[in-house]
Design a protein around this ligand. Structure first.
Ligand SMILES: [Zn+2]
Length: 160
């Protein structure tokens, strides 16, 4: 008898996005992204963090204050990291991301050739950046799929 109740493809790839998010050092927001090609192979993973070589201890994670003292000028979002880390042409790929993409990531997603965005949270729905994202995705013909359930993974780390 084969096992039933295995993870669906959507749960599987969204779980990889969540697993990636666990690598983020951001104390407030951890976002993960997983890019999958039409053959259902993972071709990119990412989470929000500072650029390669930029030491996590030398850059701020603050959200308020002087612009240069906040994370905003420095942080690379999960979706952009997944695109930049990818190992192949992303034409007709799908990106799984735990939070609906911001307008800057929407541009990168469209330009990379990704044609489907699967997401869970849309907590910025209705904000200007969110409206801009949706307008660009709509005009570019990018399919948007919101998962109606929350994919949760638990990671237990053994400490010796
Ligand atoms: Zn973004």
């Amino acid at each position: 008898m084969k096992r039933k109740n295995v993870l669906s493809w959507d749960e599987y790839f969204m779980s990889m996005a969540h697993l990636s998010a666990l690598r983020s050092k951001d104390p407030n927001t951890q976002v993960g992204a997983c890019i999958v090609n039409p053959e259902k192979r993972v071709v990119g993973l990412g989470y929000n963090g500072f650029p390669k070589g930029c030491n996590d201890d030398d850059f701020p994670w603050d959200r308020k204050g002087e612009f240069l003292e906040t994370k905003y000028p420095y942080v690379v979002h999960a979706e952009l990291n997944a695109i930049l880390n990818s190992i192949q042409d992303l034409k007709n790929c799908t990106i799984y991301v735990s939070l609906f993409p911001c307008n800057e990531c929407a541009k990168a997603i469209i330009q990379s050739g990704i044609t489907c965005v699967v997401y869970e949270s849309d907590k910025y729905n209705g904000t200007e950046g969110n409206i801009a994202s949706k307008k660009m995705f709509r005009d570019a013909g990018v399919e948007l799929v919101q998962l109606t359930y929350q994919t949760k993974i638990e990671v237990h780390t053994e400490k010796n």
